[in-house]
Design a binder for this molecule. Structure first.
Ligand code: NAD
Length: 480
């Protein structure tokens, strides 16, 4: 059985506790690897290694740092098939999705920030009083990066790459539910010649390793992606120490469909935005609002297409949906389907666990589910389910749909479908979400600010936003 070690000070090492956690393959429902059950001792060791490496890494020329990070990007590309397979086994996602989205994007994250760091510049402001200000942007020191299970390597590298590019040393923790590709990344970093201690990956539970990262006084900035409750907990620990925080949290994203949309393009994309990765993408649109003249047609076509989706072995080419990431998460999603029924919802398709045969007979699979007949403010439409479950609802006016869309505690992303340009701009200005996709979904330009409003987070990732987060700005004012 594969053993997942920590990566500390350039070495793959066992946790101090000597204990290991079971890692499951969700498509077969069985343990397939053992994960280091680390604690604050391992985090302490990682922080010491990171501190020691910091002068060398932060003092390196940008060209040299860039070259090492590019080698990591190339290492991801060279191990493409291995990483995609590992991601699919660890997470339950269709192999095809890992090949098309997760792993290429992980390589892009390193490539993007490795090249970006060469162009990272600071501002200067001259004054009529005969003075000039210039901003120095210096790396922070040792930073913490904590990531979730839904897009394991994709989101892990989305934090680590800018943190390293900006000249910091990192103590990182992937989700204990999907740690495999982070472990494979540590092997790639060793091969790429990343100096010891620059990146340290400490595996284990959130309430031990994550907590220790949040609490450690020498980790002075934390970039976290995960649930809103966990984010609030980290913020509480970090606030009295005035740590810099970037929090990317939960969502309950609306998809707003106007009758004048390009129907076929919309239908294809809304199928994806509803059920990609079994609906376990923080950006999936789980509340679908359809302008009334289009509602019945949309309902018929959408339900029919959803019912035709194949839930199957993630390793098979023709599976549209793979497994749900864990048994507890599957049960949580099922409990929300029960709640929807109690709240008066009608299940138009799906709603049940899927029992596959042979290899996957004990796996955790769910039918893609469409529900109608619920009010915008019921729990099903307000709480994050994070599974292959969407609700559909008609609306009559822009004001009404904006009220529905903005009614939740979340404000991560939304998608809008209309061919009316004025309306597209009007709606975008009124939506209270950090990301708005019009006539598309998950079309990502890595230069753009990424993140949520309200309880979906604090701060933005992406492009210069990330480089600025991972540096301290110092203004120097010189009078001449
Ligand atoms: P989670 O909050 O349970 O865990 C996220 C990470 O935090 C894991 O590594 C976990 O071990 C760690 N953690 C848990 N307790 C901790 C603690 N006390 N201190 C420090 N770290 C701790 O989230 P999850 O279930 O892994 O992921 C799903 C959630 O992530 C959903 O809410 C989803 O919307 C959100 N998400 C958000 C984005 C975004 O960009 N906004 C992207 C992906 C996922």
């Amino acid at each position: 059985m594969k053993v997942i070690s920590n990566y500390i000070n350039g070495q793959l090492i066992a946790p101090q506790s000597g204990q290991y956690i079971d890692v499951y393959d969700p498509s077969v429902g069985e343990v397939y690897a053992k994960l280091s059950d680390s604690d604050n001792r391992d985090v302490g060791q990682a922080v010491q290694a990171a501190k020691k490496a910091f002068p060398v890494w932060s003092g390196m020329t940008t060209e040299k740092r860039s070259a090492i990070l590019l080698k990591i990007a190339q290492g991801i590309e060279a191990n493409f098939e291995k990483l995609a397979l590992a991601e699919s086994i660890d997470n339950g996602k269709p192999l095809k999705l890992a090949q098309e989205v997760d792993i290429p994007r992980a390589a892009s994250n390193f490539h993007f920030f490795a090249t970006g760091l060469i162009h990272f510049a600071s501002e200067s402001h001259s004054m009529e009083e005969g003075a000039i200000n210039y901003t120095l942007r210096t790396p922070i020191g040792v930073v913490g990066c904590i990531s979730p299970w839904n897009l394991p390597l994709y989101l892990f590298t989305w934090k680590i790459a800018p943190a390293l590019a900006a000249g910091n040393c990192v103590v990182a923790k992937p989700s204990e539910i999907t740690p495999m590709t982070a472990f494979l990344l540590s092997e790639i970093c060793i091969e790429a010649g990343l100096p010891a201690g620059v990146l340290n990956i400490v595996h284990g539970y959130g309430n031990k390793v994550g907590q220790a990262i949040a609490e450690h006084p020498q980790i002075t900035a934390i970039s976290f992606t995960g649930g809103t409750v966990t984010g609030a907990h980290i913020a509480k620990i970090a606030a009295p120490m005035f740590k810099k925080l970037s929090l990317e949290l939960g969502g309950k994203n609306p998809a707003i469909i106007f009758a004048d949309c390009n129907y076929e393009k919309m239908l294809d994309t809304v199928m994806r935005s509803s059920f990609a990765n079994q609906g376990q993408i923080c950006l999936c649109g789980s509340r679908i609002f359809v302008e009334r003249p289009l509602y019945e047609k949309f309902k018929l076509d959408f339900v029919q297409r959803t019912a035709q989706l194949k839930v199957g072995d993630p390793l098979l080419e023709n599976s549209n949906l793979g497994a749900i990431v864990s048994e507890p998460h599957m049960n949580k999603v099922l409990s929300y389907i029960d709640l929807a029924k109690q709240e008066g919802g009608t299940i138009l398709t799906g709603g049940k666990r899927v029992k596959l045969e042979e290899r996957c007979k004990n796996g955790w699979f769910l039918e893609p589910t469409v529900i109608e007949g619920l009010s915008y403010d019921c729990r099903t439409n307000q709480e994050e389910i994070f599974g292959p479950v969407v609700t559909i609802m008609p609306f009559d006016t822009e004001e009404e749909v904006l009220m529905y869309a903005n009614s939740t505690q979340y404000g991560l992303a939304s998608s809008v479908w209309t061919e009316n340009l004025s309306r597209a701009h009007r709606i975008a200005a009124e939506l209270k979400t950090g990301i708005i996709w019009t006539n598309c979904w998950l079309l990502r330009d890595l230069r753009t600010p990424f993140g949520g409003m309200k309880n979906s987070g604090v701060g933005r990732e992406g492009g210069w936003e990330a480089m600025r987060f991972f540096t301290e700005a110092k203004n120097v004012c010189i009078k001449y």
